[in-house]
Design a protein. Structure first.
Lengths: 112, 112
DNA sequence: ATATGGCGTTTGCAGCGCAAACCCCGGCGT
DNA sequence: ACGCCGGGGTTTGCGCTGCAAACGCCATAT
């Protein structure tokens, strides 16, 4: 198999193909914040990211649909209380994404 | 001025606000490739990024409209010959973007 | 009663990125 | 002469997205 004419993809092709679900700025912010905690409240995410409630809500929904975060809704007393945490896959994906970015940047730099 | 109640933005807010013109994967690939050269041909970009002709064309148009890239169209013999290069602003912007990403990732990591 | 405000969800729309279709020119086969 | 492929790009069409604004719901205050 080593004699297969392997088309070595440039780092640029990999960069161009990054997963938008993760790479999108708002979501990358959410995901990166979540890396530092086991579980975070909606209102904390709200303040830390500067997103609006509406947009945070829909980004979380998308991340949940993609299997990267788990969202838990409950009540604290009578008021709603929503928390988010990374799934195992989510954590791996986000860490992987940052590492990929780092690596691609370095590879790109020494590309002839 | 030091007594101004400076609202210190979290790195996450800065991440969430990254400029999409630069951060978009395809364009980040194009821009990063351009960092390594003074001028690059359309067909080289095409091969290196794995984009289609159509999409490369429109991304370049957008980058040019944003003042990050200068596109020069001419002819080599009779066939069209298009080249792209970073503007001064473009170069600063792309380098800045990568540095920002690096920095934000680090700040995020030691965020309590 | 009726505001006000916390906590989120839903909706409406403009704009974007992607794939496919298209245009133009030069060579090649017949 | 005519069709056809292929290199070099541009334009078009459309589904999806992300943002802001509107909404829903339940407390507490007036």
């Amino acid at each position: 198999m080593a004699d297969e004419q392997e088309r070595e993809p440039s780092p640029f092709a990999a960069l161009a193909a990054m997963d938008r679900l993760v790479h999108d700025p708002s979501r990358l912010a959410i995901l990166t914040l979540l890396l530092g905690w086991t579980e975070v409240e909606f209102s904390y995410l709200l303040a830390a990211t500067g997103l609006t409630k509406g947009n945070l809500s829909s980004h979380l929904a998308k991340l949940e649909a993609g299997g990267l975060v788990e969202v838990t809704k409950g009540h604290k007393g009578k008021t709603p209380w929503t928390r988010a945490k990374l799934t195992k896959e989510g954590r791996e994906t986000v860490e992987g994404h940052w590492n990929d970015l780092d690596r691609l940047r370095r590879e790109a730099a020494h590309w002839a």
